[in-house]
Design a protein around this ligand. Structure first.
Ligand code: SR1
Ligand code: MG
Length: 397
C-alpha cells in the first residue's frame, strides 16, 4: 500500500478521480474507465471506477472539509480520512477477511483508495428487503471480539496502547456522536427532526429527568472510557454483506472508547429493523443479536485466556465482570442509538422507508419506548431473552 502527499487539497470530480486512478497506475494502460460518484452517506464523496468489460474496479473515498448532509456551515477535519485508512489497515491485521483492502491513501487529498465491494449489498438495504445474511452475526461477533480485544489493555501492552490512543484522537467525529447520539435528541435542539405526530412522545423524553440522568452517565463513559479502538459508527449501513461474506467499512469515527459502544450500535440497528417489521417476522433479527453476543463472548474469552497480557486475567470473576459491564453498556448505548435514529438528525431507512405514515408513526413510537426501556433497565437486562421481551412489551403503550 502506497502513501503519498499531494500539495493541495481539492475535491475530486468524476473526471479528476479517473485522472488520479490513471496517474496512480491503478488500471492497465489503455483501459477505458467509467466513473460514478455513488456516495449516499452523510459526509463524503465516494467514486466507483471500473474498466470497460471488468466487473470489479476500485473505490476512491474522499473526505470533504464539511459535513455533506448539512453543508459548508458544518466544517469537519479532513484528518478523518487518515483515521479511516489507519483503522482499516489496523483491523486488517486482526480480521483481514472482514474489511476492504486499502490500496493507497493520500493525507492531503484526504482520500483512501480501496477494494470495490459492489458485488455485496449494504446490510441495512438487504435487511429492509427481508434478506437474512446468515453469516452476518458470526462475522460481526468475530470482528468485535478481535478488534476490541487486541486494542484493549487486556490484549495489548499498555504503553503500546497509549501510543495508539494518540494516533486515533478524533475530536470532530467524536463531537458528532456526543451531540447527535447523546445530547441533541434529549433536548429541544434544532438538529432534531421528527414528524409532528411524535411531538408529544418527544416532549416526554425532553422532560424525563431520570432518563436524562442515565443518558448523561452513558455519555460520560463515551467521553472518558478509552477501553479499546472502536469502529465508532457500526450501524448496518457501515457493513457490506452477502450470503457468504461480510465487510465492515467506514471507520472514520474510530477512536478509543468504551468496549460496549460498537456492540450497542450494531444491536440497536438490528432492533430498528426489527421494530419496522411485523412481530412474526422479527426472529432473524433476534437470532442475529443473540448470535453476535455469543460469538463475541466466546471469541473474547478464548483471546483473554490464550493471549491476555493483563496480570489480573486469571483472577476469578474478572473476565465475567468485564463482559457483564460491556453488555450493560451496550444495552444503554443501543437505547441512545435507537432514540437518535428516530428523532435526531440522521435517520434510518428501516423506519423512514415504511410505506404508510400511520405505520411509520407506530414503529417510531415503539422505537422510542424501546430505547427508553433499554437505557433505564440496562443493569437488569441480563439475557437476550430479556431484551426480546422488552421489544414485545414496548410494542404498545
Ligand atoms: C453529520 S453525520 C450524521 C451521522 O452519519 C454518520 O454515519 C454517523 O452515524 C453520524 O452520526
Ligand atoms: Mg459512515
Amino acid at each position: 500500500m502506497a502513501i503519498s502527499q499531494h500539495s493541495i487539497y481539492e475535491p475530486l470530480t468524476e473526471s479528476t478521480a479517473v485522472a488520479l486512478a490513471i496517474r496512480l497506475r491503478l488500471f492497465k494502460e489503455g483501459q477505458v474507465l467509467h466513473c460514478e460518484e455513488i456516495g449516499d452517506g452523510n459526509l463524503n464523496l465516494v467514486f466507483h471506477i471500473t474498466a470497460q468489460g471488468k466487473q470489479k474496479g476500485i473505490i476512491i473515498k474522499q473526505a470533504l472539509p464539511y459535513a455533506k448532509v448539512v453543508g459548508e456551515s458544518w466544517p469537519l477535519s479532513l484528518k478523518r480520512a487518515t483515521i479511516e485508512s489507519n483503522a482499516l489497515l489496523f483491523a486488517a491485521e486482526y480480521v483481514p477477511t472482514l474489511v476492504p483492502k486499502v490500496f493507497y491513501t493520500d493525507e492531503t487529498l484526504a482520500i483512501t483508495v480501496m477494494e470495490d465491494l459492489s458485488h455485496l449489498q449494504i446490510a441495512r438495504a438487504g435487511l429492509i428487503e427481508g434478506k437474512t445474511f446468515p453469516l452476518l452475526s458470526e462475522h460481526i461477533g468475530t470482528y468485535l471480539a478481535k478488534t476490541l480485544f487486541y486494542t484493549s489493555d487486556f490484549g495489548l501492552e499498555p504503553s503500546k496502547k497509549k501510543l495508539l490512543v494518540q494516533k486515533f484522537i478524533n475530536p470532530d467525529l467524536c463531537k458528532i456522536t456526543e451531540d447527535l447520539v447523546f445530547t441533541d435528541p434529549f433536548f429541544d435542539i434544532d438538529t432534531n427532526s421528527f414528524e409532528p405526530e411524535l411531538q408529544k412522545d418527544v416532549e416526554e423524553i425532553w422532560a424525563d429527568q431520570p432518563l436524562k440522568f442515565e443518558v448523561a452517565k452513558l455519555k460520560q463513559k463515551f467521553l472518558t472510557q478509552a477501553d479499546a479502538l472502536l469502529h465508532g459508527d457500526l450501524h448496518t449501513g457501515s457493513i457490506f454483506a452477502s450470503e457468504t461474506e461480510t465487510k465492515v467499512i467506514d471507520p472514520e469515527f474510530a477512536f478509543f472508547g468504551p468496549l460496549g459502544f460498537d456492540i450497542g450500535q450494531f444491536i440497536a440497528n438490528l432492533l430498528l429493523n426489527a421494530v419496522s417489521r411485523a412481530e412474526q417476522d422479527r426472529e432473524p433479527l433476534f437470532t442475529h443479536i443473540e448470535n453476535t453476543w455469543d460469538v463475541f463472548t466466546t471469541a473474547f474469552t478464548e483471546l483473554w485466556i490464550n493471549e491476555g497480557v493483563e496480570v489480573y486475567r486469571n483472577v476469578d470473576g474478572y473476565l465475567e465482570y468485564a463482559l457483564q459491564q460491556a453488555f450493560e453498556d451496550a444495552i444503554g448505548f443501543a437505547g441512545c442509538e435507537v432514540i437518535r435514529r428516530t428523532i435526531g438528525l440522521a435517520h434510518v431507512a428501516d423506519l423512514d422507508g415504511i410505506d404508510d405514515l400511520e405505520r411509520i408513526i407506530q414503529a417510531k413510537q415503539h422505537a422510542l419506548r424501546l430505547g427508553k426501556e433499554l437505557i433505564r433497565n440496562r443493569k437488569t437486562i441480563d439475557s437476550l431473552e430479556n431484551l426480546r421481551s422488552y421489544v414485545s412489551t414496548t410494542e404498545t403503550p
